[in-house]
Design a protein around this ligand. Structure first.
Ligand code: FAD
Ligand code: NAI
Length: 464
């Protein structure tokens, strides 16, 4: 007799959503998590603390630089320990919320490090020794960790990864960020707003490689205007930690003369890799690919009764992707028809301005030979954005040239993270751009720009 219907290893957005959905569907579920709190990377050292600092630092910068233009005279002073404390309080509240949901849905939290120990058997090494759990199914949701860079050793002192960069003890005078991806730009923005000189070193000749090229260029221009410096096409070959800083050796990625960059702190953010060490994958024959990601087909791994979801498998490393996979995986296990639409997973960068995208980029459509029409609307022509003095950016809609079905949407501008959901719903319903163009939107709101961009696909944009 199995102790459980399902044992989930990992308590992040993949794992905790799987556990809660299992409880809701009447399955006897346990979630194994070795961290002292539930919520995984996202709640403890990812989405939540980074957004807490992005919000606070954005208000600090607005108070110092933008309030005067609205007729408000404010004197803003930074209290870094207090800013860090409120960040910690948000994390605390949210991780405790997951514990509450576990109790409510009768999910057992087994504290410790889990590993597969044979078909239907999970061993958990915790404080009190090893516990053996018997289960009908196992879901692996062990997530990801920062990728290392040989020669640049993270010590969480002078050279930090994203976790260290969320808790620096002081505002650096000079911060060098390695990697112009999402983490580099978000956390680089936090420390620049708080007063650091930030230089971002990127191996490629552009920032955010997977983003629509026009949107990425606009973001780089905006961040440069704010004072961030970019060194593109540059590779870091080594780092020397001194008492009060770091000397980085860099050279052109294409080859050329080496030089050095000085920094008080260095943030290494060149991507993340799956966590599978010590998981006992070999005991039941779970296959991984060359980069260590667990291979799956509709969440099923190569071992019977073992499933995998979230960052440890293929696809975008995003909390909402892990959450959708969790729900679909458990619903499938419980005999329902769970599904994930990988074509409609939004992606947001929480800089200022924000970037929010869903679906295909222009580059992807061109590469696939798909004929498309596009409509674009700048926030400079949107009344709400203008009166708020926040008119940077645009909305761009890409629609199939033959059917008008929406294929991709790319936005850059303040608060676009809160607006992309409208296009996600439209795309889930297979909408044409005309469906959005003919939907009444409230005036004056930034959301009118969504409609105007859709109207632009057929060339009848009206607001100016
Ligand atoms: P994780 O959240 O990594 O959780 C895995 C859990 O498994 C961990 O708690 C780990 O301790 C546990 N674990 C691992 N091995 C074992 C074991 N053997 N036994 C027991 N427990 C184990 N995504 C977004 O969508 N939006 C954002 O704004 C965003 N911001 C981010 C900011 C930062 C700085 C970072 C680093 C990431 C951010 N992400 C964001 C990405 C997001 O955090 C991940 O995509 C998400 O957490 C993946 O969920 P997961 O459940 O697959 O894995
Ligand atoms: P990333 O993949 O977004 O960006 C890494 C960048 O580093 C790329 O531009 C890459 O070309 C560059 N790079 C790689 N090797 C390099 C080298 N040796 N030298 C210089 N540059 C190099 O990875 P990042 O920023 O670490 O984030 C990891 C993941 O976390 C993201 O892919 C995302 O899925 C998730 N995340 C999501 C957030 C969000 O949704 N807002 C926020 C933060 C993280």
């Amino acid at each position: 007799m199995a102790d459980y219907d399902v044992v989930i290893i990992g308590g992040g957005p993949g794992g905790y959503n799987a556990a809660i959905r299992a409880g809701q569907l009447g399955l006897k579920a346990a979630c194994v998590e070795m961290r002292g709190t539930l919520g995984g990377t996202c709640l403890n050292v990812g989405c939540i603390p980074s957004k807490a600092l992005l919000h606070a630092s954005e208000l600090y910068e607005m108070a110092r630089k933008d309030f005067a233009s609205l007729g408000i005279i404010a004197e803003a002073k930074l209290d870094l320990p207090a800013m860090m404390t409120q960040k910690g309080q948000s994390v605390d509240t949210l991780t405790k919320g997951i514990e509450f949901l576990f109790r409510k849905n009768k999910v057992d939290w087994i504290k410790g490090a889990g590993r597969l120990a044979g078909p239907g058997v999970v061993e958990v090494e915790g404080e009190g020794g090893v516990t053996t759990l018997k289960t009908k199914a196992v879901v692996l949701a062990t997530g990801s960790e920062p990728s290392p860079l040989p020669g640049v050793e993270v010590d969480q002192g002078r050279i930090v990864d994203s976790t260290g960069a969320l808790s620096l003890p002081e505002v650096p005078k000079r911060l060098v960020v390695i990697g112009a991806g999402v983490i580099g730009l978000e956390l680089g923005s936090v420390w620049r707003r708080l007063g650091a000189e930030v230089t971002v070193v990127e191996f490629l000749d552009r920032i955010t490689p997977s983003l629509d090229a026009e949107t990425a260029k606009t973001l780089q221009r905006a961040l440069t205007k704010q004072g961030m410096t970019f060194e593109l096409g540059v590779k870091v070959t080594g780092a020397k930690v001194k008492k009060a800083g770091v000397t980085l050796s860099v050279e052109p990625a294409a080859g050329g003369e080496a030089r050095t960059l000085e920094a008080d702190y260095v943030l290494l953010a060149i991507g993340r890799r799956p966590v599978t060490r010590g998981l006992g994958l070999e005991t039941v024959g779970v296959k991984t690919d060359a980069r260590g990601f667990i291979e799956t087909d509709h969440f099923a791994t190569s071992a019977p009764g073992v499933y995998a979801i979230g960052d440890v498998t293929h696809g975008p490393m995003l909390a909402h992707k892990a959450e959708d996979e969790a729900v679909a995986c458990i619903e499938t296990l419980a005999g329902h028809a769970g599904h994930v639409n990988y074509g409609v997973i939004p992606n947001v960068i929480y800089t200022y301005p924000e970037v929010a995208t869903v679906g295909a980029t222009e580059e992807e459509l061109k590469a696939q030979g798909i004929a498309y029409k596009s409509g674009k609307f700048p926030f400079t022509a949107n009344s709400r954005a203008k009166v708020n003095h926040e008119a940077e950016g645009f909305v761009k809609v890409l629609a199939d040239a033959a059917t008008d079905r929406i294929l991709g949407v790319h936005m850059i501008g303040p608060s676009v993270s809160e607006m992309i959901g409208e296009y996600c719903v439209a795309m889930e319903f297979g909408a044409a751009s005309e469906d959005v163009a003919r939907t009444c939107h409230p005036h004056p709101t930034r959301s009118e720009a969504l409609r105007q961009a859709a109207m632009g696909v057929e060339g009848w944009t009206m607001q100016a």
